[in-house]
Design a protein around this ligand. Structure first.
Ligand SMILES: O=C(O)C1=N[C@H](C(=O)O)C[C@H](O)C1
Length: 294
């Protein structure tokens, strides 16, 4: 079980590798996770946005969790599983199942598409938190279509069983307001804002970009935590070109392309409606990767 104090440093949202025929590629996944576990990370997130949650079935999520646990025989780390949907009953059910198959916490996105009221969203989180598996709320209005106010988030973070927030709100003002209110830990979920959010009181990040140059992202978090912002900034600036390229087209296609190029997964295949990176971005990524340490 994950606790508030565990939410710091770098959590890596992992990709879901597919074969060219779009089936799950367990072999690549095993190899890729085993490699990640040798790096300076605090936890792994399965079935997040980067994991292509909308097109991965729950049976496949169970397989991914099983393989992750197998890999973790060599190093135990917190395992967070994405269970959020826009249906409260379904999210409760998935959260129960995630607890049964070995999740230490669940990542629950703000219910999207149906534009529920703020009160409805608080009730959604109240019911999910009651399951008893620690909940990390995930606020990402650009994807969900509904933005939570700081007041609503304070109510959600106040619930027993909610241990923190992944903040992908697109700016730093929410993080600042929540940190000022001394609410539960915040992890940055907007890679380009990592340093700014750490300066505003975030404890770390859940960052797709940290699949690459992982230890540098971890070092940025450490330097910021110790107050060495100038050094953190210097290092973070070296990571920005990578971050910008990874989000130039929809995540995780650019990331998968780079992981495949480095041989960490067999194919950069994504599932429709997501598509592969454009040939112009491929060229830019190829240039970038030539000087990139893993
Ligand atoms: O995997 C996730 O979940 C992440 N979501 C954010 C997004 O897709 O916008 C970005 C973050 O790096 C990881």
């Amino acid at each position: 079980m994950l606790h508030e104090q565990d939410l710091q440093g770098v959590y890596v949202p992992v990709v879901t590798p597919f074969l060219p025929n779009e089936e799950l590629d367990p072999e690549s996944y095993h190899r890729y996770i085993s490699g990640l576990l040798n790096r300076d990370i605090q936890g792994i997130v399965v079935n997040g946005t980067t994991g292509e949650a909308p097109t991965v079935t729950w049976t496949e999520v169970s397989t991914l969790v099983q393989i992750t646990r197998l890999c973790m025989m060599s190093r135990q780390l917190p395992l967070v599983v994405g269970t959020g949907t826009n249906n409260t009953a379904e999210t409760v059910k998935r959260t129960e199942q995630a607890g049964m198959i070995g999740a230490d916490a669940v990542l629950v996105v703000t219910p999207y598409y149906s534009l529920p009221s703020q009160a409805g969203i608080v009730e959604h989180f109240r019911r999910v938190a009651q399951v008893g598996v620690p909940v990390i709320a995930y606020e990402i209005p650009a994807r969900t279509g509904v933005a939570l106010s700081a007041d609503t988030l304070l109510r959600i973070l106040d619930l027993d069983g909610v241990i923190g927030l992944k903040d992908s709100s697109g700016g730093t003002s929410l993080c600042t307001a929540l940190a000022e209110a001394q609410s539960k830990p915040i992890l940055c979920g907007e890679d380009r804002l990592l340093l700014a959010m750490l300066q505003q009181g975030a404890h770390g990040g859940m960052l797709a970009s940290a699949n690459l140059q992982t230890n540098s992202f971890a070092q940025v978090c450490r330097l910021a935590a110790s107050g060495a912002y100038e050094q953190a900034q210097e290092l973070f600036h070296t990571l920005l070109p990578l971050i910008h390229k990874l989000f130039q087209e929809s995540n995780p296609a650019p990331l998968k392309w780079l992981l495949a190029r480095q041989g960490l997964i067999a194919s950069d295949q994504v599932r429709p409606p997501m598509g592969s990176v454009s040939s112009s971005l491929e060229q830019e990524l190829a240039l970038l990767v030539s000087g990139l340490p893993v």
